[in-house]
Design a protein around this ligand. Structure first.
Ligand SMILES: Cc1ncc(COP(=O)(O)O)c(C=O)c1O
Length: 396
């Protein structure tokens, strides 16, 4: 901020969120950046054009609006550079394409976001990459899976839908010793609760669709790299031509400003609901890393500063009971929780998790797994809604 005063040494996460990425005095003092809609950028003369001698050259390579968001993410992640892509899924696939070549071996966590598995099993395999899934709890023993051509380890902690934690520092240590790149989908924690690059991860991925955007109305992904991996990422994305639109970048930057206070609320309410579920006889287990009963809790406690607001639980079921029917009864009785994909918005959501594609990490078998995204509503109302759903499910 350049309004003449010496800056206060402000490093708190919410202060950072309120200021990161854009100086209002770069644009007449307006607090938010201008929304620049563009493809073509004009050059003043042919010589400048020949040498690309100005900051902006064509809008696929950035605009003042997308730069404001990228600069903010760089500050939060501690990254050398960030690129924007049109979805969280595209952020993971672009990162994998940036660092893998035909003949390479890639280790992908078995609790990975399902559509990434789809990408790995189809396109990545078709392009000649040998994909191998590993147990999220493998820790340092991941070294056993390394081959001479292992070039990348993709991590996601906690894992999708079942929330297994991973020992990221141990994975990084092994991977770097064996010359492999480490990528991490850190969407659940956001850089407020875990900073992958500080933990040694090379490339940090965020589905900004979730907490950064925060209102279930934007799709976007960010990929942030450390200094040694930034050039390759930038080059790959330049070749692929993915970019974020100014409207989406503006919305995500706007969302970031309030992400800290929203996350505090998501975290607090999700813990209240998780503990309430844990005390019920009709719940087998609650899959939430911040609960002491959860197997990966110690890793979460050691490495993370907080918890996101999405987690799952296993609904108790009798022998031979129809899990799908039971889950449907439960979900159909909810009125405040919407039935829908994604998470990170202000509204609570629920769904029956499909774990049929798991290969290595065991999926719960005692009953249907229900995932909850705890929104910003009053937690007492959410619990009353769930109470109603348990009553309905008990009639199956
Ligand atoms: C952990 C995780 N990563 C990535 C994605 C993909 O994000 P998007 O919906 O923006 O493609 C999701 C979506 O649910 C997710 O849960």
């Amino acid at each position: 901020m350049t309004k003449g005063n010496d800056p206060v040494n402000a490093t708190g996460p919410n202060t950072q969120l309120a200021r990161a990425g854009y100086d209002p005095f770069d644009y007449h003092g307006f607090i938010n950046p201008p929304k620049v809609h563009a493809s073509t950028v004009l050059f003043p003369d042919a010589q400048t054009m020949d040498v690309h001698g100005q900051k902006y050259t064509y809008a696929t390579r950035g605009t003042p609006t997308t730069d404001a968001l990228c600069d903010a993410i760089n500050e939060l992640e501690g990254a050398a550079g960030t690129i924007l892509v049109p979805s969280g899924l595209a952020a993971v696939t672009t990162a994998l394409l940036a660092y893998l070549s035909p003949g390479d071996h890639a280790l992908i966590v078995d609790s990975v976001y399902g559509n990434v598995r789809q990408f790995c099993d189809t396109m990545l395999s078709r392009f000649g990459v040998d994909v191998q899934y590993y147990d999220p709890s493998i820790g340092r023993d991941i070294e056993i899976l390394f081959k001479a051509n292992t070039k990348l380890v993709h991590t996601e902690a906690p894992g999708s839908n079942t929330f297994e934690m991973q020992d990221i520092p141990a994975t990084v240590e092994v991977a770097h010793r064996r010359g492999a790149v480490v990528t991490m989908d850190n969407t659940w924690a956001t850089p407020l609760f875990f900073k992958p690059l500080d933990a040694g991860v090379d490339v940090s991925i965020q589905a900004s669709t979730k907490y950064p955007a925060g209102h279930a109305d934007v799709l976007m992904g960010t990929i942030s790299a450390n200094a040694s991996h930034w050039r390759a990422l930038k080059r790959a994305n330049g070749a692929l031509g993915f970019c974020g639109t100014p409207d989406d970048a503006y919305q995500v930057l706007r969302g970031l400003r309030t992400m800290g206070v929203r996350l505090e609320r998501h975290q607090a309410s999700s813990l209240v609901v998780a503990k309430w579920l844990e005390g019920r006889g009709d719940v087998v287990r609650v899959l939430h890393p911040a609960l002491e009963s959860f197997p990966g809790h110690q890793i979460w406690r050691r490495d993370f500063k907080g918890a996101g607001g999405v987690f799952s639980f296993v609904l108790a079921s009798g022998r031979g009971e129809d899990f799908k029917l039971k889950a449907q009864r439960f979900l159909d009785a909810l009125s405040l929780f919407g039935l829908g994909y994604s998470w990170g918005g202000y509204q609570s959501l629920a769904l029956h998790v499909d774990l049929s594609d798991r290969r290595i990490a065991p999926a719960p078998t005692e009953g249907p797994v229900i995932r909850l995204q705890i929104g910003l509503e009053d937690v007492e109302d959410l619990i009353a809604d769930l109470e109603h759903a348990f009553a309905a499910a008990s009639t199956v």
